[in-house]
Design a binder for this molecule. Structure first.
Ligand code: KMH
Ligand code: ZN
Length: 277
C-alpha cells in the first residue's frame, strides 16, 4: 500500500497538564489555533478532547460545541471527538460530544478495558455497544481504539454481533502501562489480525511516538502524534505544540514514499461523507 498517509493530531488529551508543558492548548480559541497550525503542517484529522478553563479534563457538550465551532471556522480538518474522556468518567459524561450540532465527523470507540497506569480505564461491552449505537444513530464514524490484542479480537466479535461494521478504521495505542507495548513485533502482530479492507493508525506513547509512526507509515498504515501522547520533539526538548510533531510525521511519510493526505483524501480513505456544515 502506497496511498496517501493520514496524520492525526491529538492536540490536547486528558492527562497532560500545563505544568508538564506550557504549550498545551486549553480554550476553544487555543484549540482552533493549534488545529489550524497542525493542518498547515500536514494533519488531516484532529483527535479532540476539551478542558475547563482551569485545565481540568471535561466531556461537557457545551465545551465540545464551542471547540468544534471554533475549529470548523478556522480550518477544514476532520474532527474526531473523544468518547474516552478521562479515567473515572461515567458513560453518560463521555458520550456528550455525540450530541453536538452538527455532530462530529468521527469519534473514538474504545474497544475494551485495561489498567491505565495505576488507574483502570473501563470500557465494558454494554458501554461499547451503546456508544456504537449512538454513533450509528448520529451518523458519526468510529475509530476503534485498541490498547491490547484482545481489544482487536473484541472488535471482530462485535462485528459478528452486528454492533460495528467492517471494514473499519483501527487505532493501535502502543505503550500504555497496562496495555500492549510499542515494538515492531507487536505492531506487525496487531496489523496482521485485521480483516481485508480495514485501515489502521498507530499512536505510540512518549518516546515511541515518532519511531512507531515511521514504522506504521512504512507498513502502509497511518499515524497519530501530538501532545496527548508525547510532549517531546526530541530528548529533553519540548514540542512547541502538536504542529511540530505533525511536521516530523509528515517528513516521515514522505521519506516512506507516501503523500500526506489532505482532509478530502482522508475522507475518502476513512469512508466519510463530505464535510458537514
Ligand atoms: N484519556 C484516556 C483515558 C479516547 O480519547 O477515546 C482515554 C482516551 C481515549 O484518550
Ligand atoms: Zn484521546
Amino acid at each position: 500500500m502506497t496511498g496517501p498517509a493520514i496524520v492525526t493530531a491529538a492536540i490536547c488529551g486528558a492527562e497532560v497538564t500545563r505544568e508538564m508543558t506550557p504549550h498545551l492548548p486549553i480554550t476553544a480559541a487555543e484549540l482552533a489555533e493549534e488545529a489550524a497550525r497542525c493542518r498547515d503542517a500536514g494533519a488531516s484529522v484532529i483527535h479532540l478532547h476539551v478542558r475547563k478553563d482551569d485545565g481540568t479534563p471535561s466531556q461537557d457538550r457545551a465545551l465540545f460545541q464551542k471547540a468544534l465551532d471554533a475549529i470548523r471556522a478556522r480550518t477544514d480538518v476532520i474532527v474526531q471527538t473523544s468518547t474516552g474522556g478521562a479515567v473515572g468518567m461515567s458513560a453518560g459524561e463521555r458520550a456528550q460530544p455525540l450530541e453536538c450540532t452538527p455532530p462530529p465527523d468521527m469519534a473514538t470507540l474504545n474497544a475494551g478495558s485495561l489498567n491505565f497506569g495505576d488507574d483502570v480505564f473501563l470500557n465494558p461491552f454494554p458501554m461499547v455497544r451503546e456508544f456504537a449505537r449512538r454513533m450509528r444513530e448520529k451518523g458519526v464514524a468510529y475509530e476503534l481504539e485498541c490498547y491490547d490484542v484482545g481489544h482487536v479480537e473484541a472488535c471482530l466479535r462485535l462485528a459478528q454481533e452486528g454492533v460495528i461494521e467492517l471494514p473499519a478504521h483501527f487505532d493501535f495505542v502502543l505503550g500504555v502501562r497496562g496495555g500492549i507495548q510499542a515494538s515492531e513485533e507487536n505492531l506487525r502482530f496487531l496489523a496482521a489480525k485485521l480483516p481485508r479492507g480495514c485501515t489502521f493508525n498507530v499512536a505510540g506513547l512518549g518516546k515511541h511516538q515518532l519511531p512507531m509512526a515511521a514504522l506504521a507509515l512504512r507498513m502502509g498504515g497511518h499515524a497519530r502524534c501530538g501532545l496527548e501522547d508525547n510532549i517531546y520533539l526530541g530528548k529533553g526538548v519540548l514540542a512547541k505544540g502538536s504542529f511540530e510533531l505533525v511536521a516530523k510525521v509528515a517528513e516521515l511519510a514522505r521519506a516512506a514514499g507516501r503523500e500526506v493526505a489532505t482532509p478530502a483524501q482522508a475522507r475518502e480513505i476513512l469512508r466519510l461523507p463530505p464535510r458537514r456544515t
